[in-house]
Design a protein around this ligand. Structure first.
Ligand SMILES: *Cc1c(COP(=O)(O)O)cnc(C)c1O
Length: 242
């Protein structure tokens, strides 16, 4: 695993300011001005120094995708004051690394993984926020539970000790077709809305599950238009990974 070093001339604060401006424009142009969409900086493939530089420039939320990298960077990120989210596929035998460093695991998509996280958290006497990853695009290569199973699955995860379901996450369709990409994001929002409405009625307990983590460097405007509460931005802040 070779991680990328910070290029000397890279201005994290300026890149982050550009992304914030994009988010504000996107919020305003879909009637969500002041919505406070959160920006999570995806630091996969970058060194601890580079990731910490983004935190010093004002990124508070940092997303790590690979647990081997998180094990390497976790302590430096924690010392820098980052709030770490796991945004990559999490194998059960790596769950302990997530429990050590992460405030939130966004990629919970099987009950076995949720049960492992729950058990580790009980042992560590901590609570963990989780999001339910849903495969809204239907692409076989993508992780996530099926959309029509998401609500029942989320309720089962919420029932486990030490876990709190704070929302839903998806990796959007990789396509230039706005309508197709947005249809997937709308689907995730509909699942979230149903979770909140069902919770109000008292049939399930997912009242904390209001987050919609969707949208990346290339399509955050579309995701915000469909209700994203958190966008995950790598390239646009950190630079090209290759
Ligand atoms: C890498 C990654 C991102 C960021 O992608 P960019 O296109 O670099 O903005 C977002 N979400 C997940 C799950 C990722 O793995």
């Amino acid at each position: 695993m070779t991680l990328h070093h910070t290029p000397d001339n890279h201005d994290y604060a300026a890149e982050l300011a550009d992304v914030k401006a994009r988010v504000h424009v996107a919020e305003a142009s879909c009637g969500r001005a002041g919505a406070g969409v959160q920006i999570l900086v995806a630091t996969k493939a970058w060194t601890a120094d580079a990731a910490v530089s983004s935190v010093r420039a004002g990124a508070r939320l940092v997303g790590e995708s690979r647990m081997q990298e998180l094990a390497e960077k976790g302590e430096a990120l924690r010392d820098a004051g980052a709030v770490i989210h796991v945004i990559g596929q999490l194998q059960r035998n790596k769950a302990a690394i997530a429990v050590e460093y992460a405030a939130c695991v966004q990629t919970v998509d099987t009950l076995k993984l949720a049960e492992r996280l729950s058990r580790l958290c009980v042992e560590a006497q901590r609570d963990l926020q989780v999001m339910i990853q849903v495969n809204v695009s239907g692409e076989e290569s993508k992780a996530g539970c099926a959309p029509d199973e998401a609500l029942v699955f989320a309720a089962a995860v919420q029932a486990l000790p030490a876990l709190e379901v704070v929302g839903f996450m998806t990796i959007g369709l990789n396509s230039p077709e706005e309508a197709d990409v947005r249809a997937g994001y709308a689907r995730l929002r509909a699942i979230r809305d149903e979770a909140l409405i069902s919770s109000e009625r008292g049939s399930i307990d997912l009242s904390s599950a209001w987050h919609l983590s969707m949208g990346m460097s290339n399509d955050l405007e579309w995701a915000i238009a469909e209700g994203a509460t958190m966008v995950r931005v790598g390239t646009a802040v950190m630079g090209m990974r290759d």
